[in-house]
Ligand binder design. Structure first.
Ligand code: C5P
Length: 293
């Protein structure tokens, strides 16, 4: 039996570049995991050969369409093992939220099975199995921070010096990723090229949080804010509550604010507390890789 924590992520920078021949878009992103976590617990049943998945959130399907199920099936197939698995997913990360929850669950399943079945796979081998499941899966195998390119499969781990707290404000409704990409393509005039100085960050040593925050941008903000003005309002409210920066995460719907310390983050949370429709979390940025509980 093994339990792996599956953290959420935020995108501190998210540039969406050209559309590729496979229908996906090339990205350039700095991603960082944060301390809001799902948990994947896996138990091997050696005398069976089926996968049984349970989840404490009844709104999530636990059949073969679930990313955890698909990740487990992919690992068994790639490794040639035929054992039974009982998996339980404790769901805390909001869904359709731009926080990478499904991808993180899939990555945690791969990490857990790699240890439990003693497969000895490297992060690159795990990412190879995971990338077909979701564009954000490879990132989680190199977390806590990385520069992510291509469709999401090119990941360069990054050291972000200094810590921060993050306040996640989820509006209580989802934004579908595919829809957000379509809106972006339909509304933007052209693709702003990636500046050379941004690309140069790839070859630098450790980056400071403060210098990355100065560059914070998310190309999804204009189209997603225009369809959901409440999200722009949340961004303004986070800034008014003292956030160094506030930004849409991924394609939304979560907006996050970055704070120097826990005290500032908790103060901001109290500003949103009376609004029952929102899901609000104050969490530290993660400092380590996906790990065992
Ligand atoms: O890979 P994932 O399931 O997260 O992608 C959901 C949808 O988002 C894809 O079907 C695609 O339309 C869009 N997408 C994209 N370019 C990416 C990632 C996702 O166009 N790099």
């Amino acid at each position: 039996m093994i339990t792996i924590a599956a953290p959420a992520k935020v995108n501190l920078i998210l540039r969406v570049l050209d559309r590729r021949s496979d229908g996906y878009h090339n990205l350039w992103s700095i991603m960082q995991t944060v301390g809001l976590e799902d948990e994947v617990s896996i138990h091997v049943a050696p005398h069976r050969s089926d996968i049984q998945l349970g989840c404490d959130d009844v709104s999530l399907r636990t059949d073969q369409s679930n990313l955890v199920y698909r990740a487990a099936a992919a690992v068994l197939e790639r490794s040639g093992q035929s054992v039974g698995l009982d998996i339980h997913l404790a769901k805390r990360i909001p869904m359709g939220a731009g926080l990478g929850g499904g991808s993180s669950d899939a990555a945690a399943t791969i990490v857990g099975l790699n240890r439990l079945l003693r497969l000895g796979w490297s992060p690159a081998q795990m990412a190879d199995v995971g990338q077909v499941l979701g564009s954000d899966v490879p990132f989680f195998l190199y977390a806590p921070a990385a520069i992510v390119e291509g469709r999401g499969e090119e990941v360069r781990p990054l050291q972000l010096a200094g810590g921060r707290w993050v306040v996640l404000v989820n509006p209580g409704f989802p934004v579908e990723t595919k829809w957000a990409y379509q809106q972006l393509s339909a509304t933007r005039k052209g693709i702003e090229p990636l500046p050379e100085w941004l690309r140069r960050l790839e070859t630098r040593g450790p980056l400071l949080w403060s210098e990355v925050l100065e560059l914070a941008v998310n190309d999804f903000e204009p189209p997603v804010f225009s369809a959901h003005p409440v999200l722009r309002k949340i961004k303004e409210e986070l800034l008014a509550a003292g956030a160094e920066i506030a930004l849409l995460s991924g394609s939304g719907a979560t907006v996050f604010g970055v704070f120097r310390d826990e005290v500032g983050a908790l103060q901001a949370v109290s500003c949103f507390q009376p609004r029952r429709e929102l899901k609000v979390f104050a969490v530290p940025a993660c400092t380590g890789p996906l790990g065992e509980r």
